[in-house]
Design a protein around this ligand. Structure first.
Ligand code: UDP
Length: 492
């Protein structure tokens, strides 16, 4: 008999590199399963907010992964100050009819659709898959602690009345590090913002999922995983499958550092001693204020430590200005480097290198000369640091990064955290604190503990997908369910 074509798994990524790249990694896990014979994958992205930085990744995916782009929708009717979450959720909602068409088309193909996977902002899409009778999953582009804090939002919304940052007690979710209200995800920090009810509703819809695919692993969140398991067995939440870490790896990286700029910063690293350089980068969106940029520069300079800093245009309004292509570009400066303190680049010439806007992070983190990562704690950046065994200085800026930072510093022990200035400092980390904490990370005693933890976690991360690894097992579990669902469908 002719071989049955492998069933489709359709993965919908929210706009933004931080969502598309991990979804591309997950798609690769899916098609690699069962020696490539079980599933094919279709990775769906949006034309809105698309960026060149991930199109190159999409282009280089294996042939067993197809891609589809949902058409651009107008957001002209949104107010100019609409939060990024509102924009993303609006794109998702307005493209649902197109998603419906795509899923229906694939359902009619001989292979059928085994499962649909959306990410953090895609919970609305679960209605579409459910209507078509396709098992629907959510993948969290972050960890289980963050996911748990999100599914808890509707309860928190119901049982409290004040802004979460004013809650007198930390929130103690089973198995998770205690979180202060102020540490919870950004868009729920202001009950009067139109994004607030959207996110509460989004969180409610998480419960429509048949399961959560989480980019974490046992050694990172053992207690949180065990406690969530109990709750899902009690029927409180859908089951969570910790199948991480799935991140870009050097061997699988298509975009070798071939641009001249890229290779020049790697050549610079080649000349530095082992584990001596701080890599400073705040993800694809992280943006510092003008004052904070100056304090960071002064602190790096005063520390005398070596550094490689990916400098962005500062913004005094928005900590994620770079995310959707905004930034301070419009006032006559064409390079963010021109915003650094006068003479900084010359004075630090022997110890530091500044790179404008974007650097080959994966190659950098895996370079033997890099000994620490000053990071906004975006989850991809964190997992890339884990895979490379690099300890972190946690400098959260937006989204769920404060949750990640608290977890990494207070529970996992992979990161140190600089103190923000006292009263009136408006959350700025002063230069003295920058100097002390980066030196501690590279050479201090508390730094030694996080450096050791980074080494251990790197091993554990590698083992998670080993032959008997817990993440591999969790993935096999979920793939088994998909196969069963596809077979049951084919039989009807
Ligand atoms: N990245 C990079 N070069 C840069 C900045 C970011 O390659 O200069 C990559 C980084 O390696 C990671 C992703 O962009 O894979 C950022 O994802 P993350 O979740 O850390 O942060 P987000 O951008 O979503 O805030």
């Amino acid at each position: 008999a002719p071989r049955k074509p492998a069933a489709h798994v359709v993965l919908l990524a929210s706009p933004g590199a931080g969502h598309v790249l991990p979804m591309a990694e997950l798609a690769q896990l899916v098609v690699a399963h069962g020696d490539g014979a079980e599933f094919t994958a279709t990775l769906v992205t949006n034309a809105n907010f698309s960026s060149a930085s991930y199109y190159s990744t999409l282009d280089s995916l294996p042939a067993s992964i197809s891609t589809a782009v949902l058409p651009e929708v107008s957001l002209d009717d949104l107010p100019a100050d609409a939060r990024v979450e509102t924009r993303i959720l609006t794109v998702i909602e307005r493209t649902l009819p197109h998603l419906n068409e795509l899923l229906s088309f694939l359902l009619d193909s001989p292979a059928g659709v085994a499962a649909f996977v959306a990410d953090v902002f895609g919970a609305w899409a679960l209605e579409v898959s459910a209507e078509l009778g396709i098992p629907g999953y959510l993948t969290s582009t972050t960890n289980l602690t963050t996911l748990h804090s999100i599914v808890y939002i509707p309860e928190l919304d119901k049982t409290t009345a004040c802004e979460f940052r004013d809650l007198p007690e930390p929130i103690r979710l089973p198995g998770c590090v205690p979180l202060r209200g102020a540490d919870l995800v950004d868009p729920i920090q202001d009950r009067t913002n139109p994004a607030y009810p959207l996110v509460v509703e989004l969180a409610r819809r998480y419960l429509l999922a048949d399961g959560f695919i989480v980019n974490t692993f046992d050694a990172m969140e053992h207690e949180a995983i065990a406690a969530f398991d109990v709750l899902s067995h009690q029927g409180v939440y859908p089951p969570a499958y910790p199948v991480g870490p799935f991140v870009r790896t050097l061997s699988g990286s298509s975009e070798a550092a071939d641009a001249e700029e890229d290779s020049s910063c790697l050549r610079w690293l080649d000349e530095q001693p082992d584990r001596s350089v701080l890599y400073v980068c705040f993800g694809s969106g992280g943006t510092l204020s003008t004052e904070q940029t100056a304090e960071l520069a002064a602190g790096l300079e005063a520390s005398g430590q070596r550094f490689l800093w990916v400098v962005r245009f500062p913004s005094d309004k928005d900590r994620m200005a770079s995310f959707l292509g905004a930034g301070g570009r419009d006032n006559g400066h064409d390079s963010p480097i021109s915003y650094l303190p006068e003479g900084f680049v010359e004075r630090t010439r022997d110890t530091g290198l500044v790179v404008a806007e974007w650097a080959p992070q994966l190659e950098i983190l895996n370079h033997r000369a890099v000994g620490g990562f000053v990071s906004h704690c975006g989850w991809n950046s964190t997992l890339e640091a884990v895979a490379a065994g690099v300890p972190m200085l946690a400098w959260p800026l937006y989204a769920e990064q404060r949750v990640n930072a608290v977890m990494l510093c207070e529970r996992v022990g992979l990161a140190l955290r600089p103190r923000v200035g006292t009263e009136g400092s408006d959350g700025v980390v002063p230069r003295e604190e920058v100097a002390v904490s980066v030196t501690e990370l590279i050479a201090g005693e508390r730094g030694a503990a996080v450096r050791e933890k980074a080494r251990q976690l790197r091993e554990a991360a590698a083992e998670a997908w080993g032959p008997e690894g817990p993440s591999r097992k969790a993935f096999e579990d979920i793939a088994g369910k998909w196969k069963k669902a596809a077979a049951a469908r084919a039989a009807t």
